[in-house]
Design a protein around this ligand. Structure first.
Ligand SMILES: C[S@@+](CC[C@H](N)C(=O)[O-])C[C@H]1O[C@@H](n2cnc3c(N)ncnc32)[C@H](O)[C@@H]1O
Length: 298
């Protein structure tokens, strides 16, 4: 079986398209006012996989879904919306779970790591929920699906620069920005942190200990005075060493869930607030080189 997420407006066209491609329509679920989820049968698994791949290549939010048994139960568990307090929730776009009453909903299509279910992603989102108050410029390092940047925007941040080493992650982040109508606020790039200037109020990096240590200097250099950096993907025993690498930022919070820890570190340099010294909009968005963006093919 395949599942295709679409909008109420595009439902009829998408159903027609799927039937034209040989899929048999089984059901249409309405998990929210705007979202429609089409369940369709395809004669064998290989054809289903090929169809999903070709639909995804066009940007359609299509995935394979188990037909029944334990695999389907796991599917339902893994596609449950994740709720973060009273301000934010995250859900796969193709989830059949009702989400009509959820506040601050971010929906995610296929591609890129980060659905909101992994403990490291959750720790980072919890830091954002606690600390984002509105208007922040955010740098999302190792953006995967773009989940952290999109959550920051949903919480009121002004703009996000998302970077990843994987082209499919950059594409997924851009696609997810579009489906959440945030594409005017998020730019995504394969550029390395050393390739652009700019200070950010918030820097998030869920890239494991080795990645944090490797990028420590650049991560620190991009945090504005008064800003903060959150890192995750480290074990509790690695925390103190990671803090040392991120000097002169100062640890202000440590969270541990089982084998995973996350840290929040602040740049305690005083903030300069005179109008003359406010960063320009270009600086605020990271001053990205446009030709680097076009390298992503998106
Ligand atoms: C664990 S995932 C995190 C995804 C998402 N930010 C989240 O919190 O769920 C790590 C991501 O970092 C990317 N990554 C790893 N090393 C990196 C580096 N040095 N620079 C940029 N991205 C990196 C990987 O490609 C992957 O998409």
């Amino acid at each position: 079986m395949i599942v295709v997420a679409t909008s109420a407006d595009e439902l009829a066209g998408m159903c027609e398209r799927l039937e034209g491609l040989g899929a048999g329509l089984l059901d249409v679920v309405e998990p929210s006012d705007a979202r429609r989820v089409i369940l369709a049968a395809v004669d064998d698994e290989r054809n289903a996989a090929n169809l999903v791949a070709s639909l995804q290549a066009e940007g359609v939010m299509a995935v394979m879904r188990p037909d029944g048994g334990a695999a389907l139960q796991a599917w339902f568990r893994n596609t449950r919306p994740v709720v973060f307090g009273k301000r934010l929730s995250v859900c796969a776009a193709w989830s059949e779970h009702d989400r009509s009453g959820l506040v601050g909903l971010v929906e995610l299509g296929p591609g890129g790591f980060g659905s909101g279910h992994h403990p490291t992603t959750r720790q980072m989102i919890e830091a954002l929920v606690k600390r984002v108050s509105g208007g922040e410029r955010v740098l999302d390092v190792g953006c995967g699906s773009g989940i952290l940047g999109l959550c920051a925007l949903k919480l009121g941040a002004a703009s996000v620069v998302a970077v990843d080493v994987k082209p499919d992650a950059v594409e997924a982040a851009l696609r997810n920005a579009r489906i959440n109508a945030m594409d005017d606020q998020l730019e995504a790039t394969l550029a390395g942190l050393g390739e652009f200037d700019g200070l950010f109020d918030v820097v998030v990096a869920n890239i494991a200990r080795a990645g944090i240590v490797e990028l420590a200097r650049e991560l620190v250099a991009h945090v504005s005075p008064g800003g903060w950096l959150a890192v995750a993907g480290i074990s509790p025993s690695q925390c103190s060493q990671v803090v040392d690498f991120l000097h002169p930022l100062v640890e202000v919070e440590r969270a541990t869930a089982g084998e995973w820890s996350s840290l929040v570190l602040a740049n305690s340099e005083p903030q300069i607030t005179t109008p003359d010294q406010e960063p320009s909009p270009e600086c605020a968005r990271g001053d990205l080189n446009p030709h680097i963006l076009s390298d992503t093919g998106t």
